[in-house]
Design a binder for this molecule. Structure first.
Ligand code: IMP
Ligand code: MG
Length: 178
């Protein structure tokens, strides 16, 4: 099946959003972290890898990277709300200031699971940063601290975001009608 892609967020617009987020995060964490204390950045695989690789280059405080793979069962454009962990963190988040990077927040269930896991494991603070936010789709109440752009309830692909694993490599973001 070949979907029709509609222009949505250009590569230049993404760059500007990422720069703005990087500046804000650098400022905020410079005052929160102790001297030489690294920020623990957790990337949610796989969708957030492009966003994360661009964003961490804009962050000027020291960081340590970790990754987790979370996925929800469901159809290609609607998540079921049942979250599976396919790859766990490699380091304990205990006593770290943690920043979670996701590319899009939809129902909020994925982030809710991860925030709870990090709190339980003893993180000093947990903040969340997403490139895109579909606030109107939220099913659980979670706090998203840094949002690149609010979007309507549209299914988007590109820049890490997939439809049945396709389109992750596109440098810009498109929406598809399903
Ligand atoms: P949540 O648990 O419903 O917030 O699901 C978030 C995850 O669903 C994201 O990290 C994406 O992997 C996926 N997702 C939600 N909306 C979209 C979309 O429009 N395009 C591609 N993936 C999406
Ligand atoms: Mg994701």
């Amino acid at each position: 099946m070949q979907e029709k892609l509609h222009d949505f967020i250009s590569a230049d617009d993404i760059k500007n959003i990422v720069r703005r987020l990087g500046k804000q995060l650098s400022l905020d964490y410079a005052s929160l972290l102790k001297p030489e204390e690294p920020l623990k950045v957790i990337i949610i695989l796989k969708g957030a890898i492009l966003f994360a690789s661009d964003l961490i280059r804009e962050i000027t405080v020291p960081i340590r990277l970790d990754m987790i793979r979370l996925a929800s069962y469901g159809s290609s454009t609607r998540s079921s709300g049942e979250i599976r962990m396919l790859k766990d963190l490699e380091e304990s988040p205990k006593d770290s200031h943690v920043l979670i990077l996701d590319e899009i927040v939809d129902t909020g269930r994925t982030l809710a699971v991860l925030i709870q896991k990090l709190r339980t494991a003893g993180a000093k603070s947990v903040r969340t940063c997403t490139l895109l936010n579909k606030a109107s789709r939220r099913e659980v109440s979670i706090n998203v601290d840094y949002v690149g752009q609010e979007i309507e309830d549209r299914f988007v692909v590109g820049y890490g975001l997939d439809f049945n694993e396709a389109y992750r490599n596109l440098p810009a973001i498109y929406y598809i009608k399903t």
